[in-house]
Design a protein around this ligand. Structure first.
Ligand SMILES: NC(=O)c1ccc[n+]([C@@H]2O[C@H](COP(=O)([O-])OP(=O)(O)OC[C@H]3O[C@@H](n4cnc5c(N)ncnc54)[C@H](OP(=O)(O)O)[C@@H]3O)[C@@H](O)[C@H]2O)c1
Length: 243
């Protein structure tokens, strides 16, 4: 991925949490641009199979990302089956809501094990693999919640702010041939949207929620960008972070 013309055609790119919703949108978009997409999932096997079928029969990789051992096993399988890795999109995450006065250690670890620790170890394992073929591209999906404080999501906000700093620090650590960037979605509504989500959409300058396709556009941009663009965070939020 180090030299122009920065096309995704033929590039091997692993997307975590790609069975449905935003991850699915990213996988479909990358496949449409000719990438060999690898679909990671955990519990959503049927959805993952559907997404993989729509991505020209993409290979599937199952792992509980809360386990570093399973992360390592997944990257070993990717290497064994696909032979190389050019891109990694760390999309999988958990989302919970708690009054910080009531939050337990278990609640904290539930979020941080997947949202932050797993992102670090996926970056580590992915970068080791990318180095073998000369370089690559990592895109971490953070959140507007990693930029703006949300009172009942303090634990989630901290995990996503961590993803943003991880992105910046790893951009230095993995330079020059592996770039690390982040896309920070605003509200991307699905059928389970709650009252708080609706209220956020009401105050979004764009006047609507975003779509998986709009997140995928930003991801594709970073995957195709030159090595000179690294350590950056792009909020795709309809202007909500400017309020
Ligand atoms: N939707 C939004 O409005 C919004 C806003 C800001 C940021 N984001 C970020 O955008 C990304 C995608 O959002 P989304 O709403 O599409 O996410 P989501 O549906 O809540 O989660 C995506 C996937 O993460 C996977 N996952 C969760 N825990 C896992 C674990 N322990 N091991 C492996 N995989 C696990 C799940 O895979 P399985 O289903 O296969 O178990 C799930 O399908 C996330 O990083 C999220 O934080 C979303």
């Amino acid at each position: 991925m180090a030299t122009p013309p920065f096309s995704l055609a033929g590039k091997t790119i692993l997307v975590t949490g790609a069975a449905k919703r935003i991850g699915r949108g990213i996988a479909l978009r990358l496949a449409a641009e000719g990438a060999q997409v690898a679909i990671h999932y955990h519990n959503s096997e049927a959805d993952a199979r559907r997404t993989a079928a729509e991505c020209s029969g993409a290979p599937l990789f199952r792992a509980d990302l809360a386990s570093v051992a399973e992360i390592k096993a997944m990257f070993a399988q990717v290497e064994q089956q696909l032979g190389r890795l050019d891109g990694l999109v760390n999309n999988a995450a958990r989302f919970t809501r708690f009054d910080p006065l009531e939050l337990t250690e278990k609640d904290w670890d539930f979020i941080h094990s997947v949202n932050l620790k797993a992102v670090f170890f996926c970056c580590q394992q992915g970068a080791r693999l990318m180095k073998k073929s000369g370089g690559g591209r990592i895109v971490n999906i953070s959140s507007l919640g990693g930029i703006r404080p949300w009172a009942e999501h303090a634990h989630y906000c901290a995990s996503k702010a961590g993803v943003i700093m991880l992105t910046r620090a790893l951009a230095k650590a993995f330079a020059p041939h592996i770039t690390v960037n982040s896309v920070a979605p605003g509200v991307i509504p699905f059928e389970d949207i709650d009252e708080r989500g609706r209220q956020l959409i009401e105050v979004t300058p764009a006047g609507r929620g975003g779509t998986p396709g709009e997140i995928a556009d930003a991801v594709a941009y970073f995957l195709k960008a030159s090595e000179f663009i690294t350590g950056q965070v792009l909020a795709v939020d309809g202007g909500l972070s400017q309020r």
